[in-house]
Design a binder for this molecule. Structure first.
Ligand code: PLP
Length: 480
């Protein structure tokens, strides 16, 4: 298996070469040269590996699927990494991603029972183990520098804590995350995890990360890397739970299932696209957005229009507050029949020049729905509150704000005879204020998070100053 860039760079790379990388050298995203095909016998084998979610079933399924894409890690090692990652101790159930039925034909796939209570743990936990493995093999170290307003940073920290050869320097806007999110991150006492609270807003944090990454000397000297959502290994890990969801929603492989995915950067639903391209019988992939409806607009009209910061709303499903969808280029590359020159013209040229492109008049646009099965919809704050209330009153199930956007949009795309699975992307405790607004009561809190706000905090407060951050990193990297 070799990987190419969506913008046509001539290099072809293997999995471990792109594991620690972000963008391809030409600014494109990595994709496999071709999607491995799972035929009827293969699908049956995968169903047996998962085996209804028995202990070890999810890890076995993950190993089978990852093996189709990774040929530069010995099979026994890859299997051990999957087994170490997907355990009941870490994810709370033997099935790892159990389905929770709502009304007939509609269920939630529980992806949020990992250490930070959001679906990002599903991929990040594997990434932590893959990084540790590959860095040890190379005899290298990596310093992960990131900016977070919540979910990504905490998932990265919980994945990398205690890992050999890895340090994390995570910037967050001082005083702007929810008390629960701050407690989750700042209570980590592992010496390889560094929380840096920047006196500024999230954009200031991101600007510092960019400035440090653009300082090539510093970047090389201190082995600076990232773990953002365009990382191929993260996307690949997410493909697995589409198979697990499908097997749980069906009893034989002649049936089809649809998925609705609360979406921001298009990473999660892009993994569904990959699963469908491999041959998983997915009828429809429904993209659910909040008020930041860049993606809904595209799937309705063919116009992809990046929003300015004045046009990007702060919503009550904040992990979907995006101005552009960083993984979207992967899907458009496929939609264009893998025409890398056109992909480069759209994402490299048109977007940076005009902030938009429009495929509405292009014959390929119809393929998004007809050939690739995409639909979309949008949800607002009022919809979100109503859906949280309705789901709790009718089914006794408390859902978070992002999952509520998914449930609202899923109901607009139900098809008789096709089970609809909504991906549960976080637990309600992470977004307590909106739950209180919807239900008039505090959300349920998993036992292991009792009282975390009272734990001692490990965080360094700093002005929004790149040089100060660099000095801090230098001071904490003994080898460089
Ligand atoms: C990251 C996130 C999303 C959006 O996922 P993408 O892969 O960026 O589309 C949705 N919900 C929650 C809770 C998240 O943390």
């Amino acid at each position: 298996m070799r990987y190419l860039s969506t913008r046509g760079h001539a290099d072809r790379k293997r999995f471990c070469e792109i594991l620690l990388e972000g963008l391809a050298p030409d600014g494109g995203l990595y994709l496999p040269e071709a999607y491995p095909q799972v035929d009827a016998a293969g699908l049956q084998r995968l169903r047996q590996a998962f085996n209804g979610g028995v202990p070890g079933g999810y890890a076995a399924l993950a190993f089978e699927i990852l093996s189709l894409y990774i040929d530069d890690i010995p099979a026994a090692d890859l299997r051990a990494l999957c087994e170490k990652t997907y355990t009941e101790a870490v994810f709370g159930t033997a099935a790892i991603v159990p389905l929770k039925p709502l009304e007939p034909g509609l269920s939630l796939e529980a992806l949020s029972n990992g250490p930070t209570l959001a679906f990002k743990d599903m991929a990040m936990q594997l990434l932590g183990n893959l990084f540790e493995y590959e860095l040890a093999r190379r005899g290298e170290e990596l310093n992960i520098l990131g900016a977070t307003s919540g979910d990504t940073g905490s998932a990265a920290e919980y994945a990398m804590r205690g890992k050999k050869g890895v340090r994390v320097f995570m910037l967050s806007p001082h005083g702007r995350m929810s008390p629960f999110q701050q407690a989750q991150m700042f209570s980590l006492q592992d010496p390889n995890i560094h929380n840096i609270a920047i006196e500024g807003v999230f954009d200031d944090c991101q600007d510092i990360v960019k400035a440090v990454s653009n300082d090539l000397d510093f970047k090389r000297r201190y082995q600076i890397g990232t773990v953002n959502s365009i990382n191929w290994a993260r996307l690949l890990a997410q493909v697995v739970y589409y198979f697990a969801g499908y097997f749980q929603a069906t009893s034989d492989n002649a049936q089809r299932v649809s998925f609705t995915v609360p979406s921001g950067n298009f990473g999660n639903v892009c993994a569904g696209h990959v699963a469908r391209q491999m041959g998983l019988p997915i009828a429809t992939l429904v993209v659910a957005t909040n008020e930041n409806d860049v993606l809904d607009e595209f799937f309705r009209t063919g116009a992809y229009r990046v929003r300015g910061s004045a046009d990007t709303h702060e919503t009550s499903s904040p992990s979907m507050d995006i101005s552009k969808a960083s993984n979207f280029e992967r899907f458009v590359f496929d939609l264009l029949g893998r025409d890398a020159a056109r992909c480069k013209a759209l994402f490299g040229d048109a977007l940076s020049r005009e902030g938009r492109f429009d495929l509405g008049a292009d014959p390929v646009f119809a393929d998004a729905a007809v050939r690739y099965g995409f639909r979309s919809g949008k949800s607002t704050h009022a919809n979100r509150l109503q859906t949280i209330k309705d789901t709790f009153e009718r089914f006794g199930v408390m859902i978070d704000t992002h999952t509520a956007d998914g449930v609202k949009v899923a109901r607009e795309h139900l098809q008789a005879g096709v089970p609809m699975v909504v991906l549960e992307t976080a637990l309600p405790i992470k977004f307590a204020a909106t739950i209180v607004e919807a239900l008039g009561r505090e959300p349920e809190r998993p036992a292991k998070f009792e009282g975390i706000e009272a734990l001692p905090k490990r965080v360094q407060v700093m002005p929004a100053d790149t040089a100060r951050v660099q000095a801090y990193i230098a001071e904490h990297c003994p080898r460089a």
